[in-house]
Every structure is written in structure tokens, then in C-alpha cells.
Design a protein around this ligand. Structure first.
Ligand code: ADP
Ligand code: MG
Length: 337
């Protein structure tokens, strides 16, 4: 369904000295710098799958989505979606895909929401009976009823996102690209949107690529993820695999009651951590210890810490994606092997 091979994108960035003089110089004698945003990404997605496409900010996710949707032309490499090249025959291609960018909206700001849908119906040449059926389904999963007559600018961020997803699905595309659809939303709203995406996927076996920097987003929706960092693939496989192998880092954060000699806390010697398994930061008030919980269980770390020093507050957090990626790089392992 989706085939991506060795995709690359370079941007030319003009280095400009500050001020008017710099602007003139840049105009006549431009000093370019090439930024490689996507550096040889490959993956395949079978029909009907929801692929979690993840990576930290700046990894190149949006640039990949823009190439897959035909907004940007790749510097090299190829992507074939549904037997089509996104930059060729665009008029036909856009009828087969739906796209949502979490940071932007395709809705008409000042018009009531239903007007946007009426315009899209014309653009996509959707028949009346098909349109009615589709609206009824989208209404049900995205609960648009309460605000379909309101101008888009009056919608909350969560309502707007639901409205945007409906707009991208109106013509019943075979593939749906969602770039950070839950960014900036609170937990309950995020959860509603996840459920709606699941229902849309189940209804017509719509293939979905869902971009996010939040691992929790896709845990419920997709079993498989492609993870990228600095424009390169770092992982392609099941989330459960990633977590059991690399997701065992926990972070213990505590606030000291008084000035303490932290030498008393010799985690490394006590638990026999290797270099990669422990990372301690201390700014005099907050102490952060990231550690591998498969070597020292959280309970043991807590009781050892509390037996050595007095703390005012203490908390434990899960490893986040950034942490997992940091470890992947440090170990210089290829987890796909
Ligand atoms: N139009 C552009 N011109 C120059 N650099 C860009 C442009 N778009 C993105 N980049 C750079 O490419 C890299 C990847 O960006 P992006 O694809 O937006 O990452 P992500 O979506 O994973 O946060 C970043 O370093 C970003 O600054
Ligand atoms: Mg992005």
C-alpha cells in the first residue's frame, strides 16, 4: 500500500548576517547551507494498518509526511502510495488521501463548520447520497453535532481537531495522514480523538500514518511503529518489543530537605549499574536519577534513597521517547537486527 525507499530531503538555507547590510549581502552573494531534514528513510505499510510514525521534535516527521502527500518533492529516493507517485497526477492523488496537520487547519475560519463541508463536497465531487451517509458516520464517531453550525474560529482546539479529521475523511480516502493530531490537547480530548481514529480505521480499513512525539498516543492504536531521529530510521517493529528492550528506564526525581552530601548515594556501586544504566543530574535542589529498572527495581531505588538522605518530595516517571532514543544511540545497536 505504502512503499517508502531511501527517501531524502535537503533544504537550502540562506545564512544571513543581521541587519540591512546582511540582507543586501545575502541578496547578491548568498551564503547557503544545506540542511538534511530526511536522510534516507525506508518503510512499508500494508493496507488497513495504523502505523505510528514517531520521533523527537525536529526528527523529520513532518517533512516525510509532506513528501508522502506531495506537498514537497523529495531530493532523492521514492515513495509510492496506492501505486501512485504523490507529485504526479496530483488532482487524482488528493482524492485518494486525507491529510491533517495538527498545527494548521484546512477549515474556513469565519464560516460555520457545515459550510466548509459543503465546499469540500463540491471540490471532491461527492454525490449527495454518499455525502449524507459519510456525514452521518463522521458525526457519530467525531460528535460534530454540537458545533457544526458554529463558525470555526469559535471552536475549542479539541473540537477543531475533530472537525479537521472529519474534513479530511469526507471523501472516504484510502489513506489518512495525521501529523501530530493530538498536540496541545488535554488527556480526555486526546483519548476521544484516538478512539475516533480507531473507528475510522475499522470502518473501511483505511490505512493510517499517525505522526506523534507522544508514545502514549499510539500505544492504544497501533502495534507497529517506525521511529526516526535526525532524519534516519532508528526502529521499525512492535511497540512491545521496543518497550521491553529499551523502555525500562525510569526517572526518580526528588527535592532535598536540606543540603545533603550526595556522595552518600552511591547508586552505581550499590546496584552495580553499568555506565548506560544510570544518569544523575543535580542542581542543588532537584536531583534527577534516570536508571534502568530491570537492574534496580523502582522499590529498591526508593528505599535505598530514603535510607541515605532526607527528601521533601519524590516522584517516579516512565522513560520517554527521547530517553529511549538516547540509549539506542549510546549503545550503537541496530535494533532491527
Ligand atoms: N522549509 C524548511 N527549510 C529549512 N529547514 C527545514 C524546513 N522544514 C523543516 N526544516 C528542518 O528540517 C528538520 C526536520 O523538521 P520536521 O520535519 O518539521 O521535524 P518534525 O516534524 O519531526 O518535528 C528540522 O531541523 C527543521 O528545522
Ligand atoms: Mg512535525
Amino acid at each position: 500500500m505504502i512503499h517508502v525507499e531511501n527517501l531524502r530531503k535537503e533544504f537550502k538555507k540562506v545564512n544571513k548576517e543581521p541587519g540591512l547590510k546582511g540582507s543586501f549581502k545575502a541578496l547578491f552573494k548568498p551564503d547557503y547551507e544545506i540542511v538534511t531534514a530526511v536522510d534516507g528513510i525506508s518503510f512499508d505499510v500494508p493496507k488497513g494498518e495504523i502505523l505510528g510514525f514517531i520521533g523527537p521534535n525536529g526528527a523529520g516527521k513532518s517533512t516525510v509526511i509532506k513528501m508522502l502527500t506531495g506537498i514537497l518533492t523529495p531530493t532523492s529516493g521514492e515513495c509510492i502510495i496506492n501505486d501512485r507517485n504523490p507529485t504526479k497526477n496530483r488532482k487524482q492523488y488528493v482524492k485518494e488521501i486525507g491529510v491533517v496537520f495538527g498545527q494548521r487547519t484546512q477549515l474556513w475560519w469565519d464560516l460555520p463548520l457545515r459550510e466548509t463541508y459543503a465546499v469540500l463536497k463540491e471540490i471532491y465531487e461527492i454525490e449527495e447520497s454518499e455525502y449524507k451517509k459519510r456525514m452521518a458516520f463522521l458525526n457519530e464517531v467525531l460528535e460534530l453535532d454540537g458545533f457544526i453550525s458554529s463558525p470555526v474560529r469559535t471552536l475549542s482546539l479539541g473540537q477543531r481537531m475533530r472537525a479537521d479529521i472529519a474534513a479530511s475523511m469526507l471523501h472516504n480516502p484510502k489513506v489518512l495522514f495525521l501529523d501530530e493530531p493530538t498536540i496541545g490537547l488535554d488527556v480526555v480530548v486526546k483519548d476521544n480523538i484516538r478512539k475516533a481514529i480507531g473507528k475510522i480505521n475499522a470502518e473501511d480499513q483505511t490505512t493510517v500514518i499517525l505522526t506523534t512525539h507522544d508514545l502514549a498516543d499510539i500505544e492504544l492504536l497501533s502495534k507497529r511503529i517506525v521511529m526516526i531521529d535526525k532524519g534516519k530510521n532508528v526502529f521499525d517493529g512492535k511497540i512491545s518489543e521496543l518497550k521491553s528492550k529499551y523502555g525500562q528506564m525510569r526517572e526518580l526525581v526528588f527535592v532535598l530537605e536540606k543540603t545533603e552530601d550526595l556522595k552518600k548515594l552511591d547508586y552505581k556501586a550499590h546496584f552495580k549499574f553499568r555506565d548506560d544504566d544510570l544518569h544523575v543530574e543535580n542542581d542543588g535542589v532537584f536531583v534527577k536519577a534516570r536508571f534502568n529498572s530491570s537492574i534496580a527495581p523502582v522499590a529498591d531505588m526508593l528505599s535505598y534513597t530514603l535510607s541515605k538522605i532526607t527528601v521533601k518530595d519524590i516522584s517516579v516517571k516512565d522513560a520517554d521517547i527521547e530517553e529511549i532514543i538516547r540509549r539506542l544511540y549510546k549503545q550503537e545497536v541496530d535494533v532491527n537486527e
